[in-house]
Design a protein around this ligand. Sequence first.
Ligand code: F6R
Length: 241
Amino acid sequence: MTIDRFQTEADLSAALAARVLETIVTRPRTVLGLPTGRTPLGLYRELRERSGGDRIDWSQVRTFNLDEFAGLGPAHPASYRSFMQAELFDHVSLVPEHIGFLNGTAPDLVAECRQYDDAIARAGGIDLQVLGIGANGHIGFNEPADGLRAETHVAVLTRPTREANAHRFDHDWAQVPERALSMGMATILGAREIILIATGQEKAAAVQGMIEGLITTRLPASLLQVHPSVTVMVDREAWPR
Ligand code: F6R
């Protein structure tokens, strides 16, 4: 694991955006894996600003998002798809057919998950996967447990994770769906390169466990230790050294 520590969240976002855009410019057919959440907001702001006016050609880029709430369709205002449209997709020259997204209202959620892994494989796999991390060490919606799922699957969300998402549901955690569709650990670890971003003091314990702790399904991000190309980008609060 390589650790890049930044003075501020803004510095981190600018450096990551530069790295993502450099990847796209040098390899226009890049396949990106993308997260939602508060942590990547600065990244998406930078990507919007730096790509504006067709300065960066996204037309051959493919994207696959990590997860989506079960029961929410793409147009639902609290869906992760809506988040991505507003934060990135509506502002860059991505081709809609190149956007891979789990559909939380698919009639057969298990089949939806299987088809998602197939679509990632058909695209040639993920070149660069960007990840956030939950305060409990989850990545995607792979929550701490005795065992983790390898493939994309329907996940049961823990109460802390539902609480962390309450801001998208009138600040009422009980309205947050109990289940979500998520890339599994093998799907994530199959990416050629992974960049995990973490900011804020509330992530410090999870970040320390991920970097220095034993590999354990009780802290899913610790499994990243087995991947040959992981960069952890942190601010001072998340990695106070
Ligand atoms: C979201 C996702 C989650 C988040 C994590 C951190 O697509 O996969 O694992 O990355 O919950 O969320 P924030 O950035 O809101 O703290």
